[in-house]
Ligand binder design. Structure first.
Ligand code: ZN
Length: 155
């Protein structure tokens, strides 16, 4: 039987070594910088929205394996999603890693939440939780600030 922890570790290593969507978007409709001073992670999230749908999403940054893997997985999952779906995914993921009450997510998002499962191991390490949630906080800030950009700090 495959050890689930090992499988999760492999997924995180794969995404941190070969991050998906690690590029800028030339004229993003929304973007924001995120900084996690505790670990030194920095990430910029770029979005190209068409109506309320995420036509493209990408990131650039330098950080630990967890923050890079989280940004990579997040961008993979968010492409094609509506803003409302992105908000639901963020709230569910945040609850999972902080041990909070997860809001009921629609069945259509279950596969996406399963894909984020490898990152939920950070729950046991409070310092690492900020690494995993940094890209999502930057996403939130980007959605609020639009093309003007913003900077969000985890604290
Ligand atoms: Zn980190």
């Amino acid at each position: 039987m495959m050890d689930l922890r090992e499988l999760y570790q492999d997924i995180i290593l794969d995404h941190s070594r070969h991050p998906r969507n690690a590029r800028a978007i030339a004229q993003p409709s929304h973007f924001a910088h995120g900084h996690n001073p505790l670990c030194g992670d920095r990430v910029t999230i770029y979005l190209a929205l068409e109506g309320d749908r995420i036509a493209d999403v990408s990131f650039e940054g330098r950080g630990c394996a967890i923050s890079t893997a989280s940004a990579s997985l997040m961008t993979e999952i968010l492409k094609g999603k509506s803003i409302a779906e992105a908000e639901t995914l963020f709230r569910s993921f945040h609850a999972k890693v902080t041990g909070g009450e997860a809001p009921a997510a629609p069945e259509s998002l279950e596969d996406d939440l399963d894909r984020l499962e490898p990152l939920t191991g950070v729950k046991a390490f409070p310092v690492r939780v900020k690494c995993a949630t940094l890209p999502w906080h930057a996403l939130e800030a980007a959605l609020k600030s639009g093309a003007l950009g913003a900077t969000v700090k985890t604290e």
